[in-house]
Design a protein around this ligand. Sequence first.
Ligand code: WTA
Length: 654
Amino acid sequence: MSSDGPTIRSLESEDRRFPPPDDFAASAVATAELYDRAAADPEAFWLEQAREILDWYTPPTVACDAANPPFFKWFTDGVLNASVNCLDRHLAARGDRVAFHWEGEPGERLDITYRDLHERVCRLANGLRARGIGKGDRVAIYLGMVPEAVVAILACARIGAPHTVVFGGFSPDSLRDRIIDCGCTALITADGSWRAGKVIPLKRNADAALESCPDVHTSVVVRRTESEIAWSEGRDVWYHELVADQPAECDPERMAAEDPLYILYTSGSTGKPKGILHTTGGYLTGVAATHRWCFDLKDDDVYWCAADVGWVTGHSYIVYGPLANGATSVLYEGAPSTPDKDRWWSIVARYGVTILYCAPTAIRSFMKWGTEYPERHDLSSIRLLGTVGEPINPEAWIWYRTHIGGERVPVVDTWWQTETGQIMISPLPGVTTLKPGSATRPLPGITADVVDARGESVPLGQGGYLVLRRPWPAMLRTLYGDDERYVDTYWSTYEGMYLAGDGARRDDDGDYWLLGRIDDVMNVSGHRLSTIEIESALVDHPLVAEAAVVGRADATTGQAIAAFVTLKGHATGDESIIAELRQHVATKIGAIARPKSIVLTDDLPKTRSGKIMRRLLRDISENRQLGDVTTLANEEVVQEIAGMAESARSSEGS
Ligand code: WTA
């Protein structure tokens, strides 16, 4: 980031407003009073939440220990077990309640009650202990979206063995790097995993990874796809054999609040992935509280977070938050387009899903596919929608509310990170007036700010760098094995503030609008522009489903705006559409934002968690060798776009 003061110029204005429906507000779980209570004394507020929401062997008496910043600790004298909070304590009152309606991609259906889940977790936990795995040992989990993924996570938590879940779409090399960095001694995987009608060969990938991981003495294998697999005697053990003779009860490890719960790797813009370390008491408090507030969780809700357990969203809002709250969830194994593009909506209708939480990238795919798919099903059970993972374009927000939410329901746009562990900026659905594209306010107990390069708050209406000014319970504690990089990455830019790495603007009401990663900011003729606003202006055009914008070097203006656009229904476009789109942006936000070139493409390069990789588009636009592509989900599109960008450059408009 440059050292001169300025901030990110923000051009877009979105003036649609959606106050909470009266009946929703009247019975909302989280009310406005929470903000006041938290503001009066944030630490006391979180301590109260911790004691109220969780079951402790020893309840904590202290909130945040800030003796050695930025190595903050929370609830240090508390003792608890996360799996007990997610399972055991629900058994008496709601043991027969469904924890997960699981649906396999090929069509199997299974309802798993809290009692079932408890039993499965105990058996696996005992099985792991029988293999010599215990408190402090790191266990890698490399599975698809099968019930055993949740079981494995909780079994590790039960015996105090920090887990590191590696998304099932990652390559053998990525798996190997994480296992080594984390010093894992055991792995839980499967013979394969279903995705879009094909088998992902998890065991084959794992075997390749383990060739360079001599410390892994146990590889537990779930049978899922019945694929042919190799077998390493002694190391490999079938899951079903491991648990077969184990007792259905397992004495949980008593964990200090600050004992590690898990490590989850997230990619940095440079260097090797960062191992985000989360601990037990603060994390569980943060995710359980925010899951209640943001999703207005009630007893009869059927909640579906459609993320993968391999991402933090899966950890916090499929596993720990919902289970700590005793919720009933949906877990779906496969692709949204298998066997047809209405799969999600058939699931919503079948289980009567009331709360759906997904990523903007999924919503933009649905927009691209068209409304006929949701229209095939009765979606009237839905009463709340949520999004996470990227800034959501206002048109995608409106589409989601209209076509999935029946124009009735609140949409909560939740901003947070692997590092924050819990949702940080989000509406409270019964309180907040919604604005499409805005994550609105920091949650009760959270203190955010938008600052300039010197670290000073920018006035309302302006853009800058998003920071967090106070520690929060579910925050990362460090980068595993690399305290120095932890301090450097997050705490060294500004004294006493956590740097999120995102741009943001607060509007005149003080609501936050996320502007994307700082690295993606463009500088056109001396104006810093955020990519998301121009993208949203493009998506606002009725023909456009998805857009990505980057700055590429330009002799005259410093950077010029290069746009990549996908049309709805895979329509093809021509020069006249391109001209129209350029004009549309100029009309919506001003001539300065008019893209210099627009490439129409069938798809955009995305990470495996669905975020647009603007960095690669920048490389393409500047005709450079492509940077690291190991986290890219759809490699083929890159070559295709590169060819088109080449011809766009030669015929670009003024
Ligand atoms: C982006 C996902 C805008 C942001 C939970 C952040 C968002 C990064 C939003 C973290 C949102 C996430 N609006 N941007 N509602 N939610 N982001 O670690 O850039 O996979 O820094 O965690 O996603 O991604 P991560």
